[in-house]
Design a protein around this ligand. Structure first.
Ligand SMILES: *Cc1c(COP(=O)(O)O)cnc(C)c1O
Length: 368
């Protein structure tokens, strides 16, 4: 068979390990497994969402409302934009894919931070586009601007807060950059914005402001993280109508299931659940900061629901992740990002108790 040339340059995305795999491979009971690897909301979704989905479960026989009227209305109201400023994807991942397909080709390039969400590079590679990375893992937008002038990329990715590092940029700093780049499609990925906005108002990016100010910017949000709907696959893009119209040509019909649409619509209505989850997240985050300080571990100040511990050279993050896995604790090793670091999702108080107990034990096993 003759495969597309572009496939040569694509690495398969390595997702966080699922609970089922740990059950199969290590014989650990599912209730004893603590999954802190994919930045889901450890408190789950709103009970109101679960109840609504239960009641309407039989609707799964019927094709979904392809106009996604209710969810778009809900998002439009929440963000103060029009329904025609919104596109819904099966996760914001799918919106990223629409963006890539809409503007990229082998003649184009994509600019992104040195260490950022792995899918940006994969979608670029799928289109055969050239990837340009900044030299710094933080979003140094002065360097971004230099690289923009040099390479004239078709897409610029800005992930704030950034995954897998957890740092975020100030809104004014972002606007200063966006004011200067009017041509390429700039994708502002706010997958963790609910967390950042809670911690520091200066980090809050309002999609409405982006839409009003910029013709070439799309904001991405997701229901997978703070809203607790990772298993339902719903995300959204917010941009000027012209961008949404173009991207919509690439959207497969019925890309969001009936029950996912319902779940996301209901989740949006229960903002108190999200607020409580976010507040609890930062209360628990303090424990992670204290643990790092006590053990002398380097960490990155996080605006998200995860924290990144950078390990000293003599302790391999890959090995530590494996040892934790054998104890039923799933965390994300960042070796594939070129970091000797672990990304740990902030869990419930009980999950964090388990994580700290095992992590202490594993780290104590390494001689100073
Ligand atoms: C989780 C995540 C997404 C998208 O997740 P979906 O489940 O596809 O909505 C996008 N960007 C970043 C940075 C993420 O961490």
């Amino acid at each position: 068979m003759k495969w597309n040339e572009t496939l040569k340059n694509i690495k398969t995305y390595e997702a966080g390990k699922p609970i089922e795999l740990v059950v199969r491979e290590y014989g650990i009971e599912p209730q004893n497994i603590v999954k802190l690897a994919s930045n889901e909301n450890p408190y789950g979704t709103s009970p109101k969402v679960i109840e609504a989905v239960r009641q309407r479960a039989a609707d799964m026989a019927i094709y979904p409302d392809d106009s996604m009227y209710e969810l778009k209305e809900g998002l439009a109201k929440r963000f103060g934009v029009g329904s025609d400023n919104i596109i819904i994807g099966a996760g914001s991942d799918q919106v990223l894919e629409f963006c890539a397909r809409a503007v990229l080709s082998p003649q184009t390039s994509v600019l992104m931070s040195k260490i950022t969400f792995a899918m940006y590079e994969i979608y670029a590679a799928q289109m055969g586009a050239h990837v340009i990375k900044s030299s710094c893992y933080r979003h140094d937008l002065d360097e971004f601007y230099e690289l923009f002038k040099k390479h004239d990329p078709a897409v610029i990715h800005i992930c704030t807060p950034n995954n897998p590092t957890g740092d975020a940029i100030d809104r004014d700093y972002l606007y200063g950059f966006l004011d200067k780049v009017r041509e390429p499609l700039v994708i502002v990925d706010g997958a963790y914005m609910e967390y950042a906005a809670y911690k520091d108002a200066k980090k809050r990016i309002e999609p409405r402001e982006l839409v009003e100010r910029y013709d070439n910017v799309i904001y991405l949000g997701t229901f997978s993280k703070a809203y607790g709907l990772g298993g339902m696959r719903v995300g959204y893009g917010i941009a000027k109508k012209e961008i949404i119209q173009q991207l919509s040509k690439l959207r497969p019909p019925f890309n969001i299931t009936t029950l996912s649409l319902l779940a996301a619509t209901k989740a949006l209505e229960d903002s108190e659940h999200v607020e409580r989850s976010v507040a609890a997240n930062f209360a628990q985050m303090e424990r992670y900061v204290n643990f790092a300080l006590q053990r002398g571990l380097e960490f990155i100040d996080s605006y998200t629901n995860f924290i990144t511990y950078i390990l000293p050279q003599h302790i391999s993050s890959k090995e530590v992740a494996q040892k934790l896995l054998e104890q039923g604790v799933i965390v994300r090793d960042l070796t594939s990002y070129g970091l000797n670091a672990l990304r740990i999702t902030i869990g419930t108080p009980e999950q964090n108790d388990v994580l700290f107990a095992h992590l202490k034990e594993v780290l104590d096993g390494y001689q100073e």
